[in-house]
Design a protein around this ligand. Structure first.
Ligand SMILES: C[S@@+](CC[C@H](N)C(=O)[O-])C[C@H]1O[C@@H](n2cnc3c(N)ncnc32)[C@H](O)[C@@H]1O
Length: 468
């Protein structure tokens, strides 16, 4: 998307446009999802998301942001481009009085020149008693932090000086309870004695928060169950799924390609890695995932062979060609083994050796992949049958790696899940827009409980970012 000319007078509008353009983010998707989960348990009704950027943390939100590009990428229904610093000059948000049941402000406080003007406006557009959640990483935006308050405690103290009742709650990210915190404050209501700000159920929530800080796994377990529920629902929607006519044609051509390579003296294995079979079965032209690999043992002739045919053969263009074999070897000649080397290494595999776990995962990854030629599938079966005897947990490791494929299919990345594309293809097949050759059942039930380990922060080895 082209970044448009600034529409406000704010000096940083283009910078935020740039961030919105690439959906750049300061915290990992996993952290954002946990923040969203935290909010879903607290909000109900219509929410105002202030400085929402391109990410929608709570579905029933109207989003206000400086950047039209961020807003264009935000899936919210209701979006308004607005420079919040203009509130200080008397401008008003384009919403009637008492429009919202709550407001959220995630990593935005520190960029506002005049947050106090926003507080006054919130008293107008929010219903009396509504709660506002200001969520930040700690020491967030040190450079951009205009009031010099970059952490939750400081923001809470500032809000208290303005007469708001506040409550700090923690949003664990794995075992880390310090990075993401929320300060909730309440818009004053009138009672007999005047105007009072009072956070709902404060004592009870405080106790619950203290427990979360002591045992963050309670939060993580709840999040995992919630997330697994979403994934189960999506996979159930795809079941049964249609097999596209194109996928069958593609597989037939891949088989032929493998044979042609063999005739040219090149022994290849071709497989789709980290991909459940459904992704291969539902292939469409120009919609190949990037995970098709071709591994060659005598690979010196491959480049030339592929180059000569690249122009004519769209199949070659879709394969990402890996040079050499990325399997653990017992020699120093890494990455260059032949199929015979691979089988020999499997036979000599020793669970007690250093890095054995890691090697086992690499073999399991291969076995868990979708073999795209009969020769590849034969080799996968051979590797599996040898390693089963060498490591009693091999089949379990293979299942875990298959679950990783389902995790990749259903995980949220930049607020999208790739399974959504498959659900769309299914609909198009049902409408008769795409030819299919039959249906298959998804075997996801076996893998659901194993997906959990990939969703867990400590297992998925995702890097945790911090707010800038
Ligand atoms: C760090 S991003 C956070 C975005 C989003 N809340 C999230 O958690 O992904 C800060 C957002 O505040 C918006 N913003 C900064 N200054 C603003 C202003 N004066 N008025 C409105 N929005 C502003 C930016 O455009 C940006 O989208």
């Amino acid at each position: 998307m082209d970044v448009p000319k600034p529409k406000t007078n704010h000096p940083h509008e283009s910078t935020w446009d740039d961030h919105g353009n690439t959906k750049w983010t300061y915290v990992s998707d996993e952290a954002k999802q946990r923040i969203g989960f935290f909010l879903r348990r607290r909000l109900g009704g219509r929410n105002l998301d202030i400085g929402g950027g391109w990410y929608l943390h709570y579905p029933n939100s109207a989003v206000v942001d400086l950047s039209s590009v961020c807003l264009a990428n935000n899936p919210a229904q209701e979006k308004v481009q607005f420079d919040l610093d203009e509130l200080h000059n008397g401008k008003r948000l384009p919403f009637p009085d008492y429009s919202f049941d709550s407001a959220t402000m995630i990593s935005t406080w520190q960029y506002l020149e005049h947050p106090d003007a926003l507080l006054d406006e919130l008293k107008r557009v929010l219903k009396p008693g509504a709660e506002v959640y200001v969520i930040n990483g700690q020491n967030a935006g040190r450079e951009g932090c205009i009031l010099g308050i970059g952490n939750t405690k400081g923001i809470a103290e500032h809000l208290q000086t303005k007469g708001f009742d506040t409550l700090i709650e923690h949003i664990p990210f794995g075992n880390d309870t310090l990075t993401f915190q929320s300060v909730c404050f309440s818009i004053p209501e009138r009672d007999l004695f005047g105007s009072v700000s009072e956070v709902r159920d404060k004592a009870k929530r405080k106790r619950a928060d203290e427990r979360i800080v002591r045992e963050p796994e309670i939060f993580e377990d709840d999040f995992i169950n919630y997330e697994l529920g979403i994934r189960r629902g999506l996979l159930a929607k795809l079941n049964p799924y249609p097999v596209t006519a194109y996928s069958q044609d593609f597989l037939a051509r891949t088989e032929e390609f493998g044979k042609a390579l063999k005739r040219a003296g090149i022994d290849a294995v071709i497989y789709a890695e980290h991909t459940p079979e459904v992704e291969v079965d539902m292939l469409l032209p120009n919609q190949h995932s990037s995970c098709f690999l071709a591994l060659f043992d005598r690979f010196s002739g491959v480049d030339k062979y592929v180059e000569q045919r690249r122009e004519q053969d769209d199949l070659i263009q879709t394969l990402s060609i890996a040079h050499g074999v990325f399997f653990p070897t017992n020699t120093s000649d890494l990455n260059m083994g032949s199929k015979e080397d691979l089988l020999r290494n499997c036979k000599e595999f020793d669970l007690d050796e250093r890095n054995a776990e890691c090697s086992l995962r690499t073999y399991a990854d291969f076995v868990a992949s979708v073999g795209m030629t009969s020769g590849t599938r034969r080799l996968q079966a051979q590797v599996q049958s040898i390693l089963r005897k060498r490591a009693s947990n091999f089949d379990e490791v293979v299942r875990r790696q298959k679950a990783f494929g389902y995790n990749m299919l259903t995980a949220q990345f930049k607020q999208e899940r790739s399974i959504a594309d498959l659900l769309l293809i299914k609909q198009r097949v049902e409408r008769g827009e795409i030819p299919s050759v039959g249906q298959k059942n998804l075997d996801y039930q076996t893998y659901l409980h194993l997906m959990e380990r990939w969703i867990r922060v400590n297992d998925c080895e995702t890097s945790m970012g911090d707010f800038d």
